[in-house]
Design a protein around this ligand. Structure first.
Ligand code: PLP
Length: 400
């Protein structure tokens, strides 16, 4: 029989665990959701439209379409640009599977690329995969560091640029405007992203009127709004199915949460930037760690803070370091397992380990540390001190 106070005693000796992520949901978000729940209108309506208007206004884009995931936004962009069977879409292997799966949805082939030391798709990685069939390029603003798409566009002037901006808000907005944000950009409001609509949500932005019209149709069952006009006054029951569409609309419950989060964007971003700067300072002169890349002048949303282990100097591998951090109550994650290392991409497209050495090298060394608004300086310092302790204890003995 366990002693009743044993567990309490043990756990009270350990410092409180620091989770990898904690959503920044406050009373205002909760009240906004409750207000919609009480209102009698739950699904897409005034709140979703208000979120779209706020988004388009701040980013300086013509169209912002609220959807229920970032993946849906990527899919609608490929569909809307008519990308399909026989077409290729260049995608960095260092990303989430959403980028590849949407190509499969439309019957296109994801043409994987390696990435640079900054985890991003650059011209040197794009150039070798371009073929006559390349119809689109999907740069990923990994961790929130903005990809410079200008040299990519010069290499592939006829391709559509669909930016995976799932990590980018609000950094991309700083350089938004004419010609920015690609031909389309997909944002994610998933639970861990820089803002959330309560767990799941996304936004497609574009300055392309034809894409916006098609995506608006396809995100809700391919039901055409024109039927309202055709059936005339009193025909409020009438609708017309123009295409086999998708069920990708965002609910007003979600959008109401998103509106509060969107209003807090600058404050949330400032907190992430401050945490990243504090980590940089703590890790700065360690020979056993490498802090995340930055580019002078390029915005960074700091969705992720990805530290690299200098494996050659350590007796532990990445999994062992993660395990030791876990024992010390520090939650971490790994972004990302490169797509070409997954069975699906190997079986279906013939990729294999060794295909993208730079991505594999980054992957083996990378650990995503906690970075979320509300983290205290003491928590940031504890994460840093614990990691420094773990790697110092694992320093290779000096070779003679
Ligand atoms: C989160 C994420 C997505 C997908 O967003 P969902 O809203 O979860 O569908 C796409 N790409 C990247 C790089 C992501 O991190």
């Amino acid at each position: 029989v366990p002693e009743p106070d044993h567990e309490v005693r043990v756990s009270s000796q350990l410092p409180e665990p620091i989770p990898f992520h904690r959503p920044a949901i406050g009373e205002a978000e909760i009240e906004a959701a409750v207000e919609v729940l009480r209102s009698g209108w739950l699904t897409t309506g005034a709140k979703a439209h208000a979120l779209e208007a706020a988004f388009a206004d701040r980013l300086g884009v013509q169209h912002a379409l609220a959807v229920n995931s970032g993946t849906a936004a990527l899919h609608l962009a490929l569909d809307g640009f008519g990308i399909g069977s026989g077409d290729e879409v260049a995608i960095p292997t260092y990303t989430f599977t959403a980028c590849g799966e949407v190509c499969a949805y439309v019957g296109a082939r994801p043409a994987l690329t390696d990435v640079g030391e900054d985890y991003l798709l650059g011209p040197a990685q794009l150039e070798p995969v371009l073929t006559a069939a390349t119809r689109a390029v999907m740069p990923v603003h990994f961790a929130g560091l903005e990809v410079d798409t200008i040299p990519l566009r010069e290499l592939a002037p006829d391709a559509r640029f669909i930016e995976d901006a799932a990590h980018a808000l609000p950094s991309t907005t700083d350089r938004a405007g004419a010609g920015r944000l690609g031909d389309a950009a997909a944002f994610s409001f998933y639970a861990t992203k820089t803002i959330t609509t309560g767990g799941e949500g996304g936004m497609l932005t574009t300055n392309d009127d034809a894409l916006a019209a098609r995506a608006a149709l396809m995100r809700l069952h391919g039901i055409s709004a024109d039927a309202w006009n055709r059936y005339g006054a009193g025909g409020h029951w009438a609708y017309e199915v123009a295409e086999a569409g998708f069920k990708y609309n965002l609910t007003d419950v979600s959008a109401a949460i998103g509106l509060v989060q969107f209003a807090r964007l600058d404050d949330l971003a400032a907190q992430r930037i401050a945490i990243a700067a504090r980590y940089d300072e703590r890790f700065g002169d360690s020979a056993l760690l490498r802090v995340p890349p930055r580019h002078p002048g390029a915005p960074h949303a700091w969705h992720l803070y990805v530290i690299q282990l200098e494996l050659d100097a350590l007796t532990l591998d990445r999994a062992q370091v993660i395990e030791r951090l876990g024992v010390a109550g520090i939650g971490t994650s790994v972004h990302f397992i490169p797509l070409h290392l997954h069975p699906h991409y190997q079986r279906r497209y013939g990729y294999k380990p060794g295909d993208f050495p730079a991505a594999e090298r980054l992957f083996e060394r990378s650990i995503s540390l906690p970075i979320w608004p509300g983290m205290t300086d003491a928590q940031v310092d504890r994460v840093a001190a614990t990691l420094l302790e773990v790697v110092e204890a694992a320093r290779h003995p000096v070779q003679v």
